[in-house]
Design a protein around this ligand. Structure first.
Ligand SMILES: Nc1ncnc2c1ncn2[C@@H]1O[C@H](COP(=O)(O)OP(=O)(O)O)[C@@H](O)[C@H]1O
Ligand SMILES: [Mg+2]
Length: 355
């Protein structure tokens, strides 16, 4: 860890009853960094965030902020949540319905016995940062979902916490607003020079917003890295499958040669890819290829297979083709409407991963 590290989580473990939820999670967050905790529903994202915040009780490991231990199971340190000085944004926003926007945002400062004059100044500054200044006297029910979400972020930022923790901050917005909000939220975090840990289950949101991604699977970090690394260099089937839109093709290895494996996928079709596990000849494997890397070709050729095109769907910016190969239903994208019938589909071996 360098001195730029603001949050360190070391070997954190937590169980509900006899059910282990976090199984030894280690991670760090540097000053000014946006890190996403990504993973499927139930993988332990919220539990990890709440454990860092002091809202859940781990039984092993440690958490420190700027070098100060806030939790250490071995040393018996457990600083209460309200003394950890972390900014929290919950999925549900958790605004007080009977307080105005101003009073909602002022609350953390009142709790810290800040003077009235300073409260007024800082609340207005926070509201202004989030474009909410004109809504200060409204109540939560008089706001749109997007505005409520901004109020909950303003409340988390108002006392300049060293780290903010956000749990699915965009999940209550509709699809179009979400896409705008993620650019806006990343900008805000970067401009205000905050350090943020953001929970999301949406891989494209994680890629768009973060400097680094930690992918959780069943309470352990399966892989971490920059968005580019996570997308282009997955170490396991789980990571390859989670990041991106994929064709997952079942088959058996029929040949192995110089780091590549040939997979027999039925109907006499074979496909070469990068060998990413120690599976041997004859073993059942899954080959993964991103949809954008499978391509309709004009005719036969190397790494092309003749496949039945079933249908072609218009998606606005492109067409999606649905194809049948053996037991597998495959998808590919292109710019033209295609009639049903036999087609050649090309799988570049460098874009196929065999697990
Ligand atoms: N209070 C609780 N009591 C018992 N089990 C819980 C509790 N909260 C969460 N869990 C379980 O812990 C696992 C992880 O939950 P959570 O951290 O909320 O996942 P995520 O945020 O990744 O969807 C799930 O299997 C969930 O059912
Ligand atoms: Mg959750």
């Amino acid at each position: 860890m360098t001195d730029k590290t603001i949050l360190t989580v070391d070997n954190l473990a937590l169980s509900y009853g006899s059910n282990p939820i976090l199984k030894g999670v280690s991670m760090h967050l540097r000053r000014g960094e946006v890190v996403s905790l990504l993973g499927p529903s139930g993988s332990g994202k919220t539990t990890l965030l709440r454990a860092v915040a002091g809202l859940e009780q781990p039984h092993h490991g440690s958490v420190s902020i700027a070098g100060r231990a806030i939790y250490d199971a071995a040393a018996g340190i457990d600083i209460p949540a309200e003394k950890r000085e972390l900014g929290l944004v919950f999925q549900s926003y958790a605004l007080w319905p009977h307080k105005t926007v101003f009073d909602n945002v002022a609350y953390p400062l009142k709790l810290r016995k800040v003077s009235t004059n300073e409260i007024i100044q800082r609340v207005h500054a926070a509201l202004k940062n989030l474009g909410l200044d004109h809504l200060a006297e409204r109540y939560p029910h008089q706001l749109s979902g997007g505005q409520q979400q901004r109020v909950s972020i303003a409340r988390a930022l108002v006392y300049n916490p060293p780290v903010i923790l956000l749990d699915e901050p965009l999940s209550n917005l509709d699809a179009k607003m979400r896409e705008e909000a993620r650019a806006w939220l990343r900008n805000l975090i970067v401009e205000l020079q905050l350090s943020a840990l953001v929970v999301t289950h949406d891989q494209s949101e994680a890629m768009a917003m973060s400097d680094r991604i930690l992918l959780l699977n069943g309470g352990v970090i399966e892989q971490q890295g920059t968005p580019q690394e996570m997308y282009s260099q997955p170490q396991t089937f789980f990571v390859a499958d989670f990041m991106g839109s994929n064709n997952v093709i079942k088959g058996r290895i029929s040949e192995i040669r110089a780091g590549q494996a040939c997979v027999d996928i039925g109907d006499g079709l074979r496909l070469w890819g990068q060998r990413r596990s120690d599976a041997a000849i004859g073993q059942e494997v899954s080959a993964i290829v991103r949809i954008e890397r499978a391509r309709l070709a004009d005719g036969p050729g190397e790494h092309r297979a003749q496949i039945d095109l079933v249908t072609s769907m218009f998606l606005g910016d492109r067409f999606e083709y649905v194809l049948h190969a053996g037991q597998n239903l495959l998808r590919a994208w292109g710019q033209r409407q295609e009639e049903a019938g036999q087609r050649w589909l090309e799988f570049p071996p460098e874009a196929v991963w065999v697990f």
